[in-house]
Design a protein around this ligand. Structure first.
Ligand code: C2E
Ligand code: CA
Ligand code: CA
Length: 850
């Protein structure tokens, strides 16, 4: 994942967190503001209520005084009162007749009723009873009251105010007593009538009620309490108080609980929301991260796929379920020449055809079986040329339903061609194209099946005077002559006959309907005539002759090898008899056969006598310097015939158990010698197929390793395909057991057998050795080079080391190196050496490396 994406992500949960904090702060602020305004509103409401109630209280008190004044004036501004109280007090009139008497207390509620003048109290009623105690006894304000009343009288008014009466706050009204009709100012000082009403609860509560004030009461001025309205009662040292309604506070009280609940709910839902938001954003972060990771993984896997698709030698295809191509890798165009666009949405069956199977059926059966498979198909490239390919395919299954197919397609045209070529070369002579020894054997085996053997004649031919042509005119001329001979032999034989070349100037002709000796005589004459005709070679005219050895299966039956051996003997006899002639095989001629018998018994005695010796031919890495292995090649120091090559005695040893004796001797000797080498390279030992059929090679090899102490991994066995020909199952079993021992297996003479490729896949070979025949034509024949390349590719594909043997020229080595062959062996690098010489070579290398 890239850094920017990471940052982007880490800020996301951050941002969500911050947003939540900011949002909460705003909400809190709004809430505080709301609360504050509410508080201010409540405060204002309360303040207004204070004002209002104070006004009501004032008004109530004013009204009380006003009413009392009005009531007082009805008594004071009254002629009768003036007459009976203004001067001498007429108690009879006033109290007894109740003109200004007890009723003022009982029905009007005045606690004190007084008439004052400058000499003091002249008439007093206290609690409705006539009293001897003057006002002065109950209050200090008597003088002040008198003064004020006289002043007010100047405006024909009564005065009023507060005082402490008998220790209680009270309201008083006072007015001058005068006749109603009198002018404003009566003469001289006159008496004043005073009504006093104690502000008792009985007075105040109804007063308060009428003014809409509850709990109206009077308290000491110092004793004011919070939450109650207050109005000082001037001059009484007391104050009026009442229950102060607090609408603001009430508002807050009623609002506060639901508000608190609402705030709590909001806070709760905020918290829940925040939790959810943070969780969600964390989840989003997580899934985003996962998405980024999987996107990165997808991208890298796409890149990887693309890289593979582009690098692969195969092209990759995909189809929908109707087999319409939906994807073709770019390699498609490179390999087929067709543009990808031209094939998209077309059916794959239009592109590829398969002659053994129906492609559509095959793909659908893959889908049904849920497996993958390969199929060989053909297609035409953009030039219209037929190409062969191998497709590997598999159904695309989504939720149990096949939605299409995908696979790879490898062009195997060259491989198939090389395979065919290898097959052909393994059965044919590269120069003349005639069947070779392998095909000859096959032919002979096929034409002689079972008891009712059809008769054949086998003729072995050897050219006379060929070597001088080769020597004087060079190899190409020699080859041209051989080619011409091959053609002429073809001309004198029928299609059912076989003409083969064994190598050099040796040919074999097999006639399927030979007739009798006379017929054979005629045929031989025809052959000699045909070959004898002059041949044009590079501007020269040359002439060769031919000798023939003939054997008729009617006369001497036997195995194909027997027939060939008999013909060889007859040929020898023909050559002895002078050239350009032929001889039929006869038992007497079998002197050569006798010779072999002798040789065989000499070998049987010679092996224990120590007449065998091993030469070693090193095998090199393709750099031509480092030794990878040394191959043990047996020689026989024959007391009579000198040093014999294996070709002279191995075949005859193979005809009997002698090969087991010989093979075991070679195994032991090779292991012993290898242990003494200064370099711990492999030692390669050739194993004859006969050893496999006549002995327990696993035991033999194990014995040799145990007896000599050579580590198994240093021993390599060279095995030809013939081993597998005899007993396919047994050979596989034996080879697996050999692998178990830890030895390496090398397939020798690769390409000369019948179906090398098949064997290669089945058997546990570690390496393959390309037969010298292919190597020796390298540089001369393009086809051989492509075979060599195909074998190297095959070896690489199967993880096997590939060796080329019989490397004789620097050119061959260069080509093999170009084609990335792994290892090389041949006269160019080293001939087979005696052990001391090999050890010397190894020592030199070791010294050089130091
Ligand atoms: P081979 O296994 O293919 O061994 C290679 C033969 O090719 C050897 O011949 C070797 O000398 C020869 N050679 C090597 N380099 C070149 C080259 O550059 N050009 C040419 N023209 N020839 C080259 P040799 O030693 O005569 O052996 C012939 C065959 O005898 C061997 O063929 C192998 O099949 C068999 N053989 C040799 N030793 C033993 C053995 O100990 N046991 C068995 N069973 N067979 C053996
Ligand atoms: Ca070999
Ligand atoms: Ca070989």
């Amino acid at each position: 994942m890239d850094v920017s994406a990471d940052n982007e992500m880490s800020t996301r949960s951050h941002v969500v967190g911050q947003l939540i904090v900011v949002f909460s702060l705003i909400l809190l602020l709004a809430l505080l503001l709301g609360l504050f305004s509410l508080y201010r509103l409540a405060e204002a409401l309360d303040a207004r209520q204070v004002e209002q109630s104070r006004f009501y209280a004032e008004s109530a008190m004013a009204q009380l005084q006003k009413n009392d004044k009005t009531f007082l004036l009805t008594h004071a501004n009254w002629q009768a009162a003036y007459d009976h109280l203004g001067g001498q007090v007429d108690t009879q009139w006033a109290y007894d007749e109740d003109n200004v008497g007890a009723t003022l207390y009982t029905s009007d509620g005045y606690d004190g009723v007084y008439v004052l003048d400058d000499d003091g109290t002249r008439y007093a009623i206290l609690d409705g009873k006539l009293s001897q105690q003057g006002l002065e006894r109950h209050t200090a304000s008597a003088g002040k009251i008198l003064q004020e009343a006289r002043q007010a009288a100047q405006h024909e008014q009564a005065s009023s105010g507060y005082l402490v009466f008998r220790g209680q706050p009270a309201v008083y009204v006072a007015a001058l007593i005068r006749p109603q009709t009198q002018p404003a100012q009566p003469p001289g000082p006159t008496a004043v009538m005073v009504f006093i009403r104690v502000l008792s609860p009985e007075v105040l509560l109804p007063l308060g009620q009428s003014a809409g004030l509850s709990g109206l009461a009077v308290v000491d001025s110092a004793d004011q309490r919070h939450g109650r309205g207050a109005l000082p009662l001037e001059g009484s040292g007391h104050a009026l108080t009442w229950d102060l309604p607090q609408p603001g506070t009430e508002l807050i009280q009623t609002v506060i609980a639901p508000l608190a609940i609402a705030v709590l709910l909001i806070a709760l839902s905020m918290a829940l929301f925040a939790r959810y938001a943070i969780r969600a954003s964390t989840r989003i972060d997580r899934s985003h991260r996962a998405l980024m990771t999987s996107r990165a993984a997808l991208q890298s896997s796409e890149e990887r796929f693309k890289a593979v698709a582009e690098a692969a030698s195969d092209w990759i295809w995909e189809t929908d379920v109707l087999l319409r191509l939906t994807y073709l890798s770019d390699r498609f165009t490179e390999l087929t020449g067709h543009p990808v666009e031209a094939w998209r949405q077309r059916s794959i069956t239009e592109l590829l055809s398969c002659d053994t199977n129906n492609l559509r059926t095959c793909l659908h059966s893959l889908a049904a079986a849920g497996s993958s498979g390969t199929l060989r198909c053909q297609y035409q490239d953009h030039l219209g040329q037929q190409r062969i390919c191998r497709i590997a395919s598999r159904a695309i299954v989504a939720e149990g339903v096949c939605t299409g197919f995908r696979g790879t397609c490898s062009d195997i045209t060259d491989e198939v061609a090389a395979h065919a070529q290898i097959q052909h070369l393994s059965l044919h002579d590269a120069l003349t194209g005639l069947p070779n020894r392998n095909k000859l054997f096959r032919f002979l085996e096929q034409s002689a099946p079972g008891a009712e053997q059809p008769q054949v004649a086998l003729l072995m031919l050897d050219l006379d005077n060929f070597k001088p042509i080769n020597d004087s005119l060079g190899h190409p001329a020699g080859d041209a002559v051989l080619l011409e001979v091959a053609i002429r032999l073809g001309q004198v034989t029928r299609d059912s006959d076989l003409v083969a070349r064994l190598g050099g100037d040796e040919f074999i002709v097999v006639l399927t309907r030979p007739g009798d000796h006379a017929d054979m005589d005629r045929f031989c004459t025809r052959v000699i005539e045909a070959i004898k005709r002059p041949i044009q070679v590079e501007g020269h005219v040359v002439q060769v002759g031919v000798s023939l050895g003939v054997v008729l299966s009617a006369d001497y039956s036997g195995t194909p090898s027997d027939l060939i051996r008999h013909a060889d003997v007859a040929l020898y006899s023909a050559k002895q008899a002078g050239k350009n002639t032929w001889r039929f095989f006869s038992a007497q001629m079998n002197a050569a056969l006798m010779e072999k018998r002798v040789l065989e018994s000499e070998l049987r005695e010679g092996i224990p006598r120590g007449e065998l010796v091993l030469h070693f031919q090193p095998r090199f890495k393709v750099d031509g310097v480092s030794i990878a292995s040394a191959e043990a090649l047996v020689r026989w120091k024959h007391p009579r015939l000198g040093l014999l090559r294996p070709d002279r005695f191995i075949p005859l040893a193979e005809e009997s158990d002698l090969i087991v004796l010989l093979g075991n001797w070679v195994l032991h000797e090779a292991c012993i010698k290898a242990r003494g080498w200064p370099q711990a390279v492999l030692v390669s030992v050739n194993m004859s197929p006969a050893q496999f059929s006549r002995s327990d090679v696993v035991r033999d090899v194990g014995d040799a390793l145990r007896a000599t102490g050579l580590p198994a991994h240093r021993l390599e066995l060279e095995i030809t395909e013939n081993v597998m020909l005899n007993d396919v199952e047994g050979a596989l079993h034996t080879m697996l057991a050999l692998k178990e021992l830890g030895v390496r297996l090398n397939m020798d003479d690769f390409g000369t057998g019948y179906s090398s490729l098949g064997y290669l896949r089945t058997y546990p070979f570690d390496s393959i050795k390309i037969d010298k025949r292919f190597v020796q034509h390298l540089g001369k024949s393009g086809s051989d080079r492509s075979v060599v390349q195909a074998i190297i590719n095959l070896g690489n594909a199967m993880g096997m080391t590939v060796t080329a043997e019989g490397v004789e020229t620097a050119e061959q080595l260069a080509l093999l190196s170009d084609d990335q062959c792994h290892e090389v062996q041949g006269f160019l690098l080293s001939k087979p050496l005696e052990n001391e010489a090999l050890v010397g070579m190894m020592k030199d290398q070791v010294a050089l490396a130091r």
